[in-house]
Design a protein around this ligand. Structure first.
Ligand code: C2G
Length: 128
């Protein structure tokens, strides 16, 4: 079984997220999403609208997602890849090159982002 892993906050779910999850899942047979906890979001200087528990429930309802794990730190990725026997690491290409250290442990793929949508854009547009 070819296992794929990806990371993110996945707040205010939108088509950019779904496009990423679908393409990531299509690269293997099983997709793990490591979801940023509220504490880790604070480290990323992000404040999610939905709590971790709610973002987890939402992600688990997506047909492309097989498993959701918590992301607590920047440093857990190698351990996650090893512990979960991951074959492919996938992120949107806004992260291009940032996780190449994982190439010693698995395939690393950066996928084109979906243009014109982001959680930040949603928040800004709603305030107009
Ligand atoms: N994404 C995308 N297109 C968009 C918006 C987001 O492809 N228009 C992708 C991002 O590249 C990322 C995923 O969707 O791969 C989740 O995006 P975020 O929730 O913004 O995740 P981020 O804050 O980048 O967290 O350790 C890594 C971090 O947890 C990544």
């Amino acid at each position: 079984m070819k296992k794929v892993i990806t990371y993110g906050t996945y707040d205010l779910l939108h088509v950019g997220h779904i496009n990423l999850l679908r393409r990531a899942r299509e690269l293997g047979d099983y997709l793990i999403v490591v979801l940023s906890t509220d504490e880790f979001n604070a480290i990323k200087n992000k404040k999610a609208y939905h709590s971790y528990d709610d973002r987890k429930i939402i992600l688990e309802a997506i047909k492309y997602v097989d498993e959701v794990l918590p992301e607590y730190t920047w440093e857990q990725k190698i351990q996650d890849v090893v512990d979960n026997d991951v074959d492919v690491f996938v992120m949107g290409n806004d992260w291009e090159g940032k996780f190449d250290f994982l190439k010693d442990y698995c395939e690393v793929i950066y996928l084109p982002r979906t243009e014109g949508i982001s959680t930040t854009k949603i928040k800004v547009d709603l305030h107009k």
